[in-house]
Design a protein around this ligand. Structure first.
Ligand code: B3K
Ligand code: ZN
Length: 873
């Protein structure tokens, strides 16, 4: 497979101004008739052939302006259809057939639990009809769907229904019209036996919008939260960005087989059922929050993505980075802002940093790709969102909002680039963003080495920052970035933020210093007492900040930093220092000793009264094994696990009474609601229970059993069950697992959780359990949620996935090889853990390498090929 390059971009030679489609649905032979109005670009010369993408289609007829095309006038190959010497403006009619039931890749038109649905982003539309399948071709659509009245009583497409009727042979049709020109990746169709839940929303200018959620009959009771979330998102986008919805109808459909979370098709969002269905008995707090976030994200795309879209797929972060930033702010505003930031950063620093440090590292705007589906990454999404966040901070919210308004009005109905967005921000603010653009072009995580010195004699604090970005594949030389470092100086005597004076100017107690050079020293004057610097507050840039903090400094920041985010971060850093020592002790076979400063810090946390229980729960959580691994030069799986367990157990023993008190004080019989208060309370209680269960305390076991049996809500039930299954008390775990599995055998989303709980257990039998569960009737390799729940989760089970006999790697490779044929997109994603082989010891490196080579020896999809090729390069 050949890569595509950003530098090769050419505007389309022909535009499609209007698209008419008729679908005659059939599992084995769906017929798609297309009628496209085409126009040649005035600058393109007349002999230029027209190329239309098309894959896995059978062409049955082709006509221009009503006349059947002679076979010599066109050519069909595996990529598409070339028409020689077309007129400058014409109507093209094509007739194709395809087989939705055979589509296991879940791209294009496929069947899920018997219903028909589509996924076109990025390049799935070419599996539906011959078309210029690129985002810069935008047309209005009129779509007729014909289906069986019994099997497909509901026939949906984008826009508004304009006509419907009965046909012979128990068939019927509905015609839909979407007045907003759109690229074909936003096309959608759904047909099946679905039930709807309806509600209404009146927009800021009085447009009455009908909101519909379409689900299988048994899921009707799981839709309240998604509907409420949608309404909150609509209100928030009006109030925050002045964005109003633009059709009379907004639909969300839940499907069971879906490669990603959801898709923002115009007026007809299609969701993975896991990203929309919730019920207190079946979904955890985390799932409730995830649903709210995804519903909002897809809704926000209606402007940031649909009204203004991407010129080409290299610009993917234009819509994704901006929309993720928007959904993050929405969640922060609707729930607990500090917790949202802590959770996002904690995930980012674990997973995106790892991506940026591995063989598939790429810039937020990549400059080439083989398979675009491989670029729906944490870098494009989350690092892209961090860049937008920096922009917002650089220009200030008020200018950012004006820049956003300008962007939407200037480019409405167009397909544009990342520069177009940044230039709007530059225009409204007058801030020079030239150097800032490098964030989009350079891969790798920048690192800052910071050093500070307090000059008593002159009452000055000198802060020196040095930046470097490590080489990444294909990018060895990095230029210096414009890095906004938000910071404060906390006085060691007063315990308060000091007023900052930089270059003679008063800054307040919190400021942003701009690091643009490789090295810069910032001199703060009138610093009355020796401070501890609080750096990168709120994670003001996606970088690694190194500062030689002592444990005393960190314990001090943990109690005194006015920035809640950095208080949490100080706790993480403090725990990391202790963990580092313990990892070394484990490797050297030396007895492990708990650092009493960590214990004291945790004791102090537990003793300090707080309103925000969710933040406290985050503060009490130790860095995950994945995060710890990310901080080590060479990952020692066993030492990390042992060190972390040691800290957990030491804390549990030292603070047993405190944890029991926290657990008991946060019991509640309130009716379940996914409110920040209740979620905070449950998180805190369950963190305490986790600590207590790490020492298999008798009291904790009783708490766990009672909590499991009380069946108050899935958050508590799942947490208790997980702790039992992850303990050595199989006598208690087995019956609980069995009861849970039987109770929920009818509910695929709960069974996903049942799978995950089992394969993430630390005991040695985890791998055997995976193999065993792959035979379970509820498991299927064809369902991405099942693959993620069982195989994806097992790959996160670090000590078992990285077993020294290589069996974990071999199992993953087996699944990748099989999935490569069924669903290349999911197969390629699943390889990720193996691509990180360079980080491990020689034995594991060799074992991982061996599996990558084994995959590479197979006939591969371009998706899997691209990832394996990079991993082995
Ligand atoms: N835009 C979709 C991504 C779908 C891509 C699938 N290959 C989801 C989202 O970001 O909202
Ligand atoms: Zn998105």
């Amino acid at each position: 497979p050949q890569p595509v390059y950003l530098s090769d971009y050419q505007p389309p030679a022909y535009w499609v101004t209007h698209t008419e489609l008729t679908f005659d649905l059939d599992p084995a032979q769906t017929r798609v008739k297309a009628r496209l109005s085409l126009e040649r670009h005035p600058d393109v010369d007349a002999a230029t052939p027209l190329f239309l993408n098309g894959e896995q289609l059978t062409l049955t007829s082709l006509a221009i302006d009503g006349k059947t095309l002679d076979e010599s006038a066109y050519r069909v190959d595996g990529q598409g259809l070339t028409i020689y010497n077309p007129p400058s403006a014409f109507t093209l009619e094509s007739d194709v057939t395809l087989a939705p039931e055979a589509n296991t890749a879940l791209e294009g038109l496929y069947q899920s639990s018997g219903m028909y649905c589509t996924q076109c982003e990025a390049e799935g539309f070419r599996r539906i009809t011959y078309y210029p399948d690129r985002p810069d071709v935008m047309a209005t659509f009129r779509v007729t769907v014909i289906g069986d009245k019994t099997r497909e009583p509901v026939l949906l497409a984008n826009g508004n229904p304009v006509e419907q009727g009965e046909l012979e042979g128990n068939r019927h049709f509905v015609t839909w019209e979407d007045p907003h020109p759109k690229p074909c990746y936003l096309f959608a169709l759904v047909a099946g036996d679905l039930k709807k839940i309806e509600d209404h929303f009146t927009t800021m200018n009085g447009r009455k919008v009908t909101l519909q959620l379409w689900v299988e009959a048994e899921n009707v009771a799981k839709t309240d939260h998604a509907m409420a979330s949608l309404k909150r998102a609509m209100t928030w986008d009006e109030e925050t960005y002045g964005r109003e919805y633009d059709l009379d109808l907004f639909m969300i459909v839940a499907v069971n087989d879906f490669n990603m979370g959801a898709m923002e098709n115009k007026g007809l969002n299609i969701f993975n059922s896991a990203a929309v269905l919730t019920h207190p008995d079946t979904a955890t707090d985390a799932a409730f929050q995830q649903v709210e976030g995804i519903v909002a994200h897809e809704y926000f795309h209606n402007w940031s993505g649909n009204r203004v879209t991407c010129r080409d797929w290299f610009q993917l972060s234009l819509k994704e980075g901006f929309t993720v930033f928007r959904d993050q702010c929405f969640t922060a505003d609707t729930n607990s802002a500090p917790v949202k930031r802590i959770q996002d950063v904690s995930f980012f620093r674990t997973a995106q940093f790892a991506e940026d440090a591995g063989p598939t590292a790429h810039p937020v705007r990549p400059d080439h790709y083989i398979e675009i589906t491989n670029f729906y990454t944490l870098t494009v999404y989350e690092k892209g969102a961090e860049i937008v966040r920096m922009l917002r901070n650089l220009v200030g919210w008020e200018a950012f909002r004006r820049g956003s308004d300008l962007y939407f009005s200037r480019f409405d109905g167009q397909a544009v680039t990342i520069e177009d967005f940044v230039i709007c921000m530059e225009e409204v603010s007058g801030v020079d963003l030239g150097q800032f653009m490098r964030w989009y072009e350079q891969a790798g995580t920048p690192e800052i080495d910071a050093q500070g010195e307090y000059d008593y004699a002159h009452a000055e604090y000198h802060l020196t920052l040095r930046q470097r970005t490590p080489a990444t594949p294909g990018q060895t030389d990095k230029e210096s970035l414009h890095i906004p470092v938000r910071m404060g100086l906390v006085g060691t005597k007063s315990g308060q933020d000091l007023t900052l004076t930089l270059d003679g100017e008063k800054q307040g107690k919190d400021t942003v210093v701009h690091l643009r050079e490789d090295e810069q020293t910032f001199v703060f004057t009138e610093v009355a007492e020796a401070p501890v610097p609080s750096l990168l507050r709120h994670f003001s840039a996606p970088v690694k900040m190194h500062f030689p903090y002592s444990r005393e400094d960190l314990a001090f920041l943990l109690t005194h930093d006015s920035d809640g985010f950095n208080r949490w971060d100080a706790g993480q850093r403090l725990a990391m220092l202790a963990l580092d020592d313990l990892i070394a002790a484990h490797r050297n076979g030396v007895e492990k000793v708990m650092d009493s400063r960590v214990t004291d810090a945790y004791r102090a946390l537990l003793a300090t009264p707080t309103d925000d229980k969710a933040v406290l729960a985050e503060m009490l959580a130790l860095p995950t094994e994945a995060y710890i691994a990310e901080q080590q030069p060479l990952v020692d799986i066993d030492a990390i696990h042992a060190a972390r367990e040691f800290v957990r157990q030491s804390l549990a023993m030292a603070l047993r009474d405190e944890f029991i008190a926290v657990y008991e004080a946060n019991q509640s019989n309130e009716r379940y609601a996914p409110t920040p208060e209740q979620i905070g309370q449950r998180s805190l209680k369950n963190v305490a229970l986790s600590y207590l269960m790490s020492i298999e305390d008798e009291q904790a076991i009783t708490f766990c059993q009672t909590q499991f049996e009380a069946e108050h809500n899935m958050t508590d039930v799942r947490h208790a069950l997980t702790l039992l299954v992850h303990s050595d008390r199989d006598d208690l775990a087995s019956p609980a697992l069995k009861a849970f599995g039987e109770k929920w055998s009818h509910d695929p989303l709960v069974m996903d959780q049942w799978f995950t709980i089992q394969v993430t257990r630390p005991q040695e039998d985890a791998l055997e359990r995976v193999k065993h569960l792959m035979q379970h009737p509820a498991f299927s390799l064809k369902n991405p949620n099942k693959v993620r729940a069982l195989i994806g989760s097992f790959a996160q089970n670090r000590i078992n996935f990285h077993r020294l006999d290589g069996a974990g790697y071999a199992l993953l490779a087996d699944v990748v090889i099989e999935l490569n044929r069924l669903n290349p997109e999911i197969a390629a994603r699943l390889i990720t853990p193996l691509t990180r082989w360079q980080r491990f010891d020689e034995t594991r490196q060799a074992l991982m390498h061996e599996q990558l080579e084994r995959i590479k020896a197979q006939p591969l999809s371009s998706n899997v090929y691209e990832v394996v090729e990079k991993a082995l390069a």
